[in-house]
Ligand binder design. Structure first.
Ligand SMILES: *[C@@H]1O[C@H](CO)[C@@H](O)[C@H](O)[C@H]1NC(C)=O
Length: 805
């Protein structure tokens, strides 16, 4: 059973005439200029499109190659042979919506290839006929003809397939020429019909597959045509307005038209009637050979009361009522519900009806297809209904359903239900509510609802197609019961952050997950979803970092048959540097994404640095240099802070040197010459010795007259000299308060253990490492002297010796 049967459209009704604007000369010229751009070729056709161009006559400059010419929606009044003479190849001519009054077919004398001629919606009152063999489509409907515009010559138009006619009256003789033609489509415009008199006449039988009759708008039904039609498959009636009195006129009218038809599709557009007449007409059609009945735009007036109806054997398979307005305010709803729910047909469509409810059929129903789209149905529909066991498809799109669990219980007893459409409702699911679906359900459409993650706890177990797009799902529950048969899953326009794996959907072959919040889709998807045949994952805010590399590599290897929308809808949204880049063009070097590699590299570089440092330390004695430089800078800084004035008044010497006799060689050959080269005045206790004083007194004297004291430390010095100073240290604070004036030179290393414990001060000084080491290597000695020099402020002008002692 297909639904496409219903989709017969009526294009004639769809185009209301636009307002006519009188052409001025100016506009005309303007349009001619524009017009030259309206010609183009398409395949074998050369098309001239001058529709809606304010033309008052057929343009004269048309290319002789023109095969299709559209002059509709203009103000053309007259047609002349000259207009079309040069258009030898013209096949299609559209002249609808003009103001043509007279039409002489002879104007197309030179257009032997003309097949399609549309003159509908003009002001034609008369046609003059000539032989025109080739026409396939001739539309003369919506004109001002009195009698049917059918000439004798029509009888020879053997190729004619479509014929559009209009008339105010119909006579037997008018129809005779076409009665033997085998047409596909007759359009009979009876909008201005007032030929009731002709009704009694026995009109000839017509032969057409589709007959479309336009009845007068807003007028009570009165047309009577005593005409039957062979081969009729589609009958379309427009503008039926019947009340109870005229109801039998309608059934009579229909009965004559369809009495020869089998398997008829009957469509009634814009029907206004009473409930009583509606039921009566339906009862009539129940017994006729109509297969599908479609009523589009039904208005019910007057009152709705119970009307007897016999659901006898019928050839009717489907009834579709689309757009129903009930202009009755107080009536028993049950009359309506009972009437429809007990119909013995397979297919019932009541869409856009504002209906609230439908009752369960009172006995087992043959309904296989029910469609109540775009109405006001709620959960109260079909609860505990046991009589819909044959129902396969139930469309409840765009209604007022809210509770998923109740809906599942509704399906429970529909043993054959395969397809359920609940899209565009306000359905949500409260976790832990009881869900029990029809076992047979295969296709479930829950799109455009209010569902959250919990929906995965309330799904039919054998579902194969599941549409959940446009909901509020953030994640697919890990602990849901797996849907082993699910093949198609649409979760577009939700808030998912990752692609679902297929561990719970083992048969998944189609996944749509566009417009979600997927930032780093796991590459693992392709391992778990081996059966995937179509993936649509574009339009997500992909974060283009290392973690996306594998996914985009995997996805790029699949064919674009599988990956829909690739590559244009797969773009980076973050970081800003990649924003808008297609995943196809997003590359990062393998190195920058390999954590192990990065770690190893960092470790290696660290190791090399450590080795280099160690090498430098061992080979070049780096710490020694550093220490020296540090000391040098410290000394310089200190020297700068001392006020010269004060120093100059106090001291006679720059330095006093104390050393062991055994180190005198170094002192005399190295230290003193170097110091004196820098103009540093030195007090040597043996040179500046004051007779009559003890050694210790002399030493102390020397120390006090010198700005700085240099001690040359070595094992020898400890053994022989240190004792001299202990006393001094004991009495003078000088050494205790910072040792600014004390310069220790370590000539030879002194192992800590060899320093006697009583030399407490020495131990402290050694531990503080505030001494200068004398390096044996020549290269280092430069630093040593630089440090010594830095310790002295040579600009110091000293007091002469004689002033004091
Ligand atoms: C579900 O319904 C929507 C309309 O409400 C439609 O666009 C969509 O195609 C349907 N899905 C399926 C799987 O039929």
């Amino acid at each position: 059973m297909t639904v496409t049967l219903w989709d017969v459209h009526c294009s004639t009704m769809a185009n209301p005439r636009p307002p006519i604007i009188r052409t001025s000369h100016f506009v005309h010229i303007f349009m001619l200029i524009l017009g030259s751009r309206s010609q183009h070729s398409l395949g074998n056709d050369f098309i001239g499109n001058y529709s809606n161009s304010f033309l008052s006559h057929v343009p004269s400059h048309l290319s002789s190659k023109t095969t299709i010419l559209d002059l509709s929606l203009n103000n053309i009044i007259k047609l002349q042979i000259e207009d079309f003479k040069s258009l030898r190849n013209l096949r299609v001519l559209k002249l609808s919506y003009n103001r043509i009054q007279h039409f002489d077919i002879d104007v197309f004398r030179f257009n032997q290839h003309l097949e399609y001629l549309d003159l509908s919606h003009n002001k034609l009152r008369k046609i003059s006929c000539h032989h025109l063999m080739n026409l396939i489509h001739l539309d003369l409907s919506f004109n001002e003809f009195e009698a049917l515009p059918i000439c004798e010559e029509f009888a020879n138009m053997s190729r004619l397939d479509f014929l559009g006619l209009s008339a105010t009256r119909i006579q037997k003789s008018d129809l005779l020429p076409i009665s033997h033609l085998n047409l596909s489509h007759i359009l009979l415009d009876l909008e201005r019909f007032h030929g009731e008199k002709s009704t009694l006449e026995n009109l000839p039988v017509l032969n057409t597959k589709t007959l479309r009759i336009i009845l007068p708008l807003n007028k009570p039904f009165s047309v009577q045509l005593n005409m039957s039609v062979y081969n009729l498959r589609h009958l379309e009636l427009f503008n039926i307005n019947v009340d109870d009195d005229k109801c039998s006129l309608l059934t009579d009218f229909l009965s004559k038209l369809i009495n020869k038809a089998k398997f008829l599709n009957l469509t009634l557009y814009h029907m206004e009637t009473t409930w009583k007449c509606f039921v009566k007409s339906l009862q009539f059609l129940w017994l006729e050979s109509v297969e599908y009945l479609h009523i589009y735009n039904l208005t019910l007036v007057d009152k709705i009361d119970f009307e007897p109806f016999s659901y006898s054997e019928t050839s009717l398979k489907g009834l579709k009522i689309e757009l129903c307005i009930i202009k009755v305010y107080l009536f028993s709803q049950n009359v309506l519900y009972d009437f429809f729910s007990n119909m013995n047909i397979k297919m019932l469509i009541l869409s856009s009806t504002r209906m609230l409810h439908m009752v369960c059929p009172s006995k087992p129903s043959p309904f296989q297809y029910l469609d109540f789209a775009n109405s006001l149905f709620t959960e109260s529909l079909f609860q505990d209904c046991e009589n819909l066991t044959l129902l396969q498809t139930l469309i409840l799109q765009k209604n007022k359903f809210t509770q998923l669990s109740k809906i599942s219980l509704m399906t429970k007893k529909m043993k054959s239900l395969k397809h359920l459409d609940l899209s565009q409702n306000s359905i949500s699911y409260e976790d832990k509510k009881n869900c029990s679906w029809a076992e047979s359900l295969l296709v479930l459409n829950l799109s455009s609802n209010e569902l959250t993650d919990s929906v995965f706890r309330c799904l039919p177990p054998r579902i194969t197609v599941l549409d959940l797009h446009r909901n509020k799902i953030r994640s697919i529950l890990k602990d849901m019961t797996s849907l082993e048969m699910l093949q198609e899953l649409n979760v577009a326009s939700n808030s998912l952050v990752d692609l679902p794996g297929c561990s719970t959907f083992r048969s998944l072959s189609t996944l749509v997950i566009t417009y979600n919040s997927v930032t780093h889709p796991s590459a693992h998807f392709f391992d778990s979803c081996q059966n995937i045949k179509s993936l649509q994952a574009g339009d997500n805010p992909f974060t283009c970092t290392c973690s996306l590399r594998e996914f985009s590599r995997n996805i790029a290897t699949l064919s674009d048959q599988v990956v829909r929308g690739w590559p244009h809808s797969y773009k980076c949204a973050f970081p800003d540097s990649y924003k808008g880049t297609q995943l196809k063009d997003f590359h990062l070097s393998p190195f920058s994404c390999n954590l192990v590699l990065i770690t190893i590299t960092v470790l290696l570089i660290g190791l090399v640095l450590m080795i280099v440092t160690a090498f430098l330390c061992i080979h070049f004695d780096l710490p020694w240099y550093l220490r020296m430089i540090l000391q040098w800078t410290r000394t310089r800084r200190r020297a700068r802070n001392i006020s010269l004035d004060h120093l100059e008044r106090t001291y006679q010497f720059h330095a006093f040197i104390s050393y062991s006799e055994r180190d005198s060689a170094w002192v005399k050959q190295e230290l003193i010459p170097n110091l004196e080269d820098e103009n540093i005045k030195i007090c040597l206790h043996e040179r500046n010795f004051v007779p009559g004083k003890s050694i210790v007194e002399n030493i102390i004297n020397c120390i006090e007259k010198s700005h700085k004291s240099i001690f040359i430390l070595s094992p020898n010095f400890i053994q022989s000299e240190w004792c001299h100073y202990e006393l001094y240290f004991a009495h003078h604070k000088l050494f205790r308060e910072g040792s600014d004036n004390l310069l220790l030179v370590l000539l030879e290393p002194i192992p800590q253990c060899t320093i006697p414990t009583r030399y407490h001060k020495l131990k402290v000084l050694m531990a503080q490492r505030t001494y200068l080491e004398w390096p044996k290597e020549k290269s280092k000695q430069v630093f040593f002297w630089a440090n010594i020099r830095a310790a002295f402020n040579v600009k110091l002008a000293l007091v002469t010796e004689d002033n004091e002692i």
